[in-house]
Design a protein around this ligand. Structure first.
Ligand code: ATP
Ligand code: MG
Length: 618
């Protein structure tokens, strides 16, 4: 037996094996029945002395956010490689609880559980047309087999599920249905970081709906959305639902479930009063009009030596940035060719590159390099403007510039700028689109008397109407009532199962450690006896252990040969919702109980424990 734990928590081999057996069973299990009968409650006592875990005083050196630090210190995860983690029994218990809530609510919504392969033939990705983009973005883990056929480790399963369904259904009578699975996904992320938040191997629940028309797809989407609300409520998370970028396939409908937390990588713009919420990638803000430009005046050129930035121009011309139009040049990569694109934006606002990429429908978008800028403008970087740009450039303008008159622009000539430029008069009228980054303080599109505010969010779920994107490219058709063939309508619905664990810790922790929501804590209650030689306490503790377990609680008995202080500290760090201590008060039949979330303690009789915990479960 190896020595583990703060000082000497020991590896319980039987514990380890029973945990491993559960893992195999779960991964191999296909049927709802199998999974639903799966319980996280163990029949053998779980004693800290035998639990495979180790706690640490120090944060891992690569941990940047609190959930990563605390989960590593409390012994939940062990790094195996960059963005690759092993889940200890503690974390696996929590993840299984999350999986179980998801599974129950998916089943309740009528979705059916399946298990698709992780190994995916490249040929399917070629059929859907996504192979090139995924390879260019380097996100796909790929390998070749002994016959040199190329395979990918599944980053998502639209291709596989479309292939499955096209082999199985033929008539409109076969619809509607939704299939789902919970399984590891593989993505070679550019920057794996933040522990479980952005991994290269992570657990996802992915579901796919199949319908015969738009109306039915809307219903499937709403059914899934309702299931997601039930899931995130049961998991005890504070979250918002926001409109999400739906890529180049259009505005079919896409929303994200975001756990609100400072560490979130996404910026969300909200107007709670009007019921508006959107990811900044997608958000629309109504901005105050630019200062009145007046009747068009003749265009003129001014010398502006060494002046390039908007700030320098404001000072030089004594103007606000809102009276200027800046020109930013990009290179858009399409499958056949590349195009130089100029975006005209009001001087005080930023360009939303996600909106731009979607409008262009390109594979990738980069800032134009200096050489390209010189070729299309005839000047050094920093002087681009809409007047006299090379014909090869596609010019797009943000809506905010539509009614501006007499604006200041770059001149496409070193050390000069143009004043009193009027778009459409001095240069061809550009195409106007919403290409702006919305900001807090902008007005809400649903009610322009209200302002948008900003919060940060962690994306834990994403629901998306795919329409016929995959059914058309991969030939998933059914015979309609009209006797004609039609492509099926699809939706896809993801949940970041393991990311949820990290998000829950981001939202629920304090200076002493994790504070798990009750529904996903690895154990509900930890019991310990103050005095190592207190025989009566130990017997009573064992009895309570059994009765709590019989009452359906997941109980950990901390019987480690450690000082009381260290045991209590570990219980706090691990985030177990309740702690019960058999101490001096037990002479009068009382135990000390503590609620991890509120910090409340009380000396109570054994028969009061249930009610005390009941009142404080979140
Ligand atoms: P992100 O924008 O965070 O990269 P995504 O939009 O690419 O995520 P989806 O394809 O929508 O992710 O996947 C469904 C869910 O899987 C996400 O909502 C998220 O919770 C989770 N997820 C995605 N990528 C990762 C990852 N690298 N590590 C952990 N969970 C992830
Ligand atoms: Mg997403």
């Amino acid at each position: 037996m190896a020595a583990f734990g703060r000082e000497q928590a020991r590896l319980g081999v039987s514990q380890l094996f029973s945990s491993l057996r559960m893992t195999t069973w779960l991964i191999a299990g296909h049927g709802i029945g199998t999974f639903a009968s799966f319980s996280t409650q163990t029949e053998t006592p779980v004693r800290s002395s035998q639990l495979f875990f180790k706690t640490y005083y120090d944060d891992p050196s690569d941990a940047e956010i609190v959930s990563h630090k605390l989960m590593a210190r409390a012994g939940y995860l062990v790094k195996t490689g960059s963005g690759i983690y092993t889940f200890t029994p503690l974390l696996w218990r929590t993840v299984k609880k999350i999986m179980r809530v998801i599974c129950e609510e998916m089943d309740r919504s009528g979705a059916q559980e399946i298990l698709m392969p992780i190994l995916q033939p490249f040929s399917l990705w070629q059929e859907s047309g996504r192979l090139e983009g995924y390879l260019k973005a380097n996100i796909l883990f790929n390998l070749s087999d002994r016959k040199n056929a190329q395979l990918a480790l599944g980053p998502t399963h639209e291709e596989v599920v479309t292939d499955l369904v096209r082999r199985t259904v033929s008539s409109h009578k076969d619809f509607p249905f939704t299939l789902y699975q919970q399984q590891m996904k593989f993505r070679d992320e550019i920057r794996p970081r933040f522990g479980l938040m952005r991994c290269r191997e992570f657990m996802m629940k992915d579901a796919y709906s199949f319908d015969v028309d738009e109306e039915a797809l809307d219903l499937s989407y709403e059914t899934m959305k309702a299931a997601y609300h039930r899931i995130f409520k049961r998991l005890g998370l504070r979250y918002v639902v926001v409109d999400a970028d739906s890529g180049a396939i259009g505005d079919g409908g896409s929303q994200e479930f975001m756990v609100t937390a400072e560490a979130g990588e996404d910026e969300l713009l909200l107007c709670e009063a009007a019921g508006y919420g959107a990811n900044v990638e997608k958000a629309i803000g109504i901005i105050p009009p630019a200062p009145e430009g007046g009747e068009p005046r003749p265009m003129r050129k001014e010398s502006t030596p060494d002046i390039k930035s908007v700030e320098q121009l404001c000072e030089f011309f004594d103007m606000t940035a809102a009276s200027m139009v800046k020109t930013v040049l990009y290179k858009a990569v399409f499958s056949e060719d590349e195009k130089v694109v100029a975006v005209l934006m009001r001087g005080d606002r930023k360009i939303n590159e996600v909106k731009l990429e979607n409008r262009l429908g390109c594979l990738a978008l980069h800032m134009a390099d200096d050489e390209t800028i010189r070729r299309v403008t005839g000047a050094d970087p920093g002087f681009a403007g809409p007047v006299g740009l090379s014909q090869e450039v596609l010019v797009l303008a943000d809506e905010s510039t539509r009614r501006m008159t007499n604006v200041l622009c770059g001149c496409n000539e070193n050390d000069f700028h143009l004043l009193d430029v009027n778009l459409g008069r001095d240069c061809p009228e550009p195409e106007y689109l919403d290409l702006m980054v919305a900001e807090p303080g902008d007005r809400c599109v649903l009610d322009d008397t209200l302002e948008l505010t900003v919060v940060r969010g962690i994306e834990v779920g994403h629901i998306f109407k795919l329409g016929t994107k995959y059914s058309e490219s991969m030939g998933l058709q059914f015979m309609g009532k009209d006797g004609k063939k039609h492509p099926a309508l699809m939706g896809c619905y993801g949940i970041g199962t393991t990311r949820i664990a990290a998000a829950a810790v981001e939202q629920n922790h304090d200076e002493d450690g994790i504070v798990w929501p009750y529904s996903i804590a690895p154990f509900h209650v930890v019991l310990t006896v103050a005095g190592k030689k207190d025989k009566t306490g130990i017997t009573a503790c064992e009895d309570l252990y059994t009765s709590l377990m019989e009452a359906g609680k997941d109980v950990l008995l901390d019987d480690r040969d450690l000082g009381l202080g260290a045991r209590l500290k570990d219980a706090e760090l691990m985030g177990i919702p309740f702690r019960i201590l058999f101490g001096r008060g037990f002479k009068e039949g009382k135990v000390e109980i503590k609620c991890r979330r509120t910090g409340e303690t009380a000396d109570i009789m054994l028969d009061e424990i249930d009610a005390w915990m009941e009142e404080r479960m979140n």
